[in-house]
Design a protein around this ligand. Sequence first.
Ligand code: GKR
Ligand code: MG
Length: 421
Amino acid sequence: MPRIEHVAVTPVAFRDPPLLNAAGVHEPWCLRSIIEVTIEGGITGLGETYGDDGIRRCLEAAAPALVGLDVTDLAGLERAAQAACAATTIPAKESSSRTGQDMLVARVFGAFEVAATDALARHLNLPVASLLGGQVRDSIPFAAYLFYKFERHRFDPSIPADPWGEALTPEGVVEQARRMVALHGFRSLKLKAGVLEPEAEVEALLALRAAFPDAPLRIDPNCAWHVHTALKLLPKMLPVLEYLEDPVPGITPMAAVQAACPIPLATNMCVVAWAHLAPAIRQDAVRVILSDHHYWGGLRASRELARICAVWGLGLSMHSNSHLGISLAAMAHLAAATPNLTYDCDTHYPWLDDDLIEGGKLPITDGALRVPPGPGLGVTLDRAKLAAMHADWQRCGIRKRDDGTEMRKYQPDWQDKRPRW
Ligand code: GKR
Ligand code: MG
């Protein structure tokens, strides 16, 4: 198979609206890293991952070591990722507290694995889904991802107000949901919680149920609640929820809630690495895993995770962070090749203004994305937009996502406290 001839890692920044969560509020710019793996014959495969400085430096350290590897040599790719992560000093404040070394390697490896898989699939003139075991669906259902939201980035006057407006009340959340459903036809709704008093967030959930009587609903407080709070709220939430996502921090507290809860608990927080699976399954802490190829180690690792979920009778869906179209295309090909995808996937994509792929944003209609037809991931870079987003990265001044510091601009005594309520 062709060898890797060149690897490029380009940091980019794009506008992100002031979306609220338990960690604070999104900053005006979101960072991502764009990966290009070029193989013999001049074919280039694409990948996209986190953009914080720590991972970016590991990606840049690994890139030259990939040159010369056969594009199918994933073991060699993993060794390069391991060596680069071991050799890169990441100041503690620049790396996420949840990210151990193994998870860092999985992130770095995963980013290159996607790009190498795209390149290989293009070389073979096949869609990426074909290399993951075959496509079992053409269209991937996504949920509307609703956020409490400030009207605008008040501390950056250069940024115009976005069309979404403020959402800090049940009425505001319902209005946001109506707009998102009108734009994209979503059938399921997810409310990002952990922002207001839990009772107020449950009121918003009930308002969503009243406005959308048939929509499957989820709420995700990102571990902002105590076990006793989650248990107290269950009677009100149970009749309207399809699953409850990460109400409390940690496997054992999640197991305490799951034991009292007839609906599944879902997570993208307490099961985020292979080592977490055994204790979570043993304690029956979660019944839905929200997988994410960006941190589980790429596309093939995520297929393996899906198999484990199937074996253990766990539900499976997909977690998201703010992202661009290369990530969305990779999520779509992975989802297309995953038979046991049991819930609509999450995506932040409707919050994105503009994309850096040719043709602009991929269309989500009737609540679903048609899998971009191959070869490869089915998306290509718009070089002018890549250059513009790289220039934005150079001048935006942000080098690590920090929702807490951004939140303290609005509320100086604000602290990230989980559980808070
Ligand atoms: O974008 O604010 C956000 C989300 O809270 C994100 O950071 C989470 O990782 O979407 C994610 C989740 O489901 O927990
Ligand atoms: Mg979540």
